[in-house]
Design a binder for this molecule. Structure first.
Ligand code: PEP
Length: 252
């Protein structure tokens, strides 16, 4: 793949505080000032902290801002939700869509995810679309079927616009478990997703397909060396400055 810049995105999930976020972003900036990253870097804090982190990022280097979710509606009576336009208002560049925690704890279906991708693209945000099989699906030999079905819904609704998305392959059994897909297991699925994207868009080769699921300082380099792995979506390790910096260095 790899003439495109890799993307390393930190998904902070429901972690952080004003003080924690400031220390984390300051630490990342200090590290990146010593070693200029050769990849794109983003952090995705919880929504209430977007303004704080935006202002911290403006003082520093080249780290971009992402959100963890968005509404599938434009505005109105949707208590608790945050729209694509609101994210744009705060200089958000990326938005994670369809994370497995949203799918499993909040009932997000493939259709919801496809609509959210459409809303993100229409607002000029880059959606990071998460797909991934459960352990039961993998053990039943249904990995390919599962991820293709998830991505197909997004392609069906968004057509050629999918050349503007980022995809994240996140096997559910690897998220937060310390159990990582091997580089070969990940590459196998990334190749399947790449073929599916190629069939839908002439510009599929520019789409970055990230791996996510217990990526850390020790395993990042081998995963990122695979031909169809164009970066990482990092949960736990993105909350620790040295670990996040090591993964960024591995992507350079
Ligand atoms: C994630 O939730 O996107 C993720 C990859 O988490 P972790 O790195 O903690 O497995």
């Amino acid at each position: 793949s790899s003439n495109k810049r890799k993307l390393i995105a930190g998904n902070w999930k429901m972690n952080g505080s004003l003080a924690f976020n400031e220390a984390l972003v300051t630490g990342i900036h200090e590290g990146l000032a010593r070693a200029i990253p050769q990849c794109d870097v983003a952090v995705c804090p919880p929504a209430p902290y977007l303004q704080q982190v935006r202002s911290l990022l403006e003082q520093g280097g080249a780290v971009e801002l992402g959100a963890q979710d968005l509404s599938m509606h434009d505005s109105g009576a949707y208590t608790g939700e945050v729209s694509a336009a609101m994210l744009r208002d705060f200089a958000v560049r990326y938005v994670i869509v369809g994370h497995s925690e949203r799918r499993s704890y909040h009932g997000e279906t493939d259709t919801h995810v496809a609509i959210k991708v459409q809303k993100a693209l229409a607002a000029g945000l880059t959606p990071i679309v998460c797909v991934g099989e459960t352990l039961a699906q993998r053990e039943a030999g249904l990995t390919e079927v599962a991820v293709k079905q998830q991505l197909a819904a997004v392609i069906h609704l968004n057509g050629h616009c999918i050349s503007e998305i980022v995809v994240a392959y996140e096997p559910v059994w690897a998220i937060g478990t310390g159990r990582t897909a091997s580089p070969e297991q990940a590459q196998e699925v990334h190749a399947v997703l790449r073929a599916q994207l190629r069939a839908a868009s002439e510009r599929a080769d520019r789409i970055r397909i990230l791996y996510g699921g217990s990526m850390n300082a020790a395993n990042a380099a081998a995963l990122l060396a695979q031909p169809d792995i164009d970066g990482g979506l990092i949960g736990g390790a993105s909350l620790k400055v040295p670990d996040f910096l090591s993964i960024i260095a591995a992507a350079g």
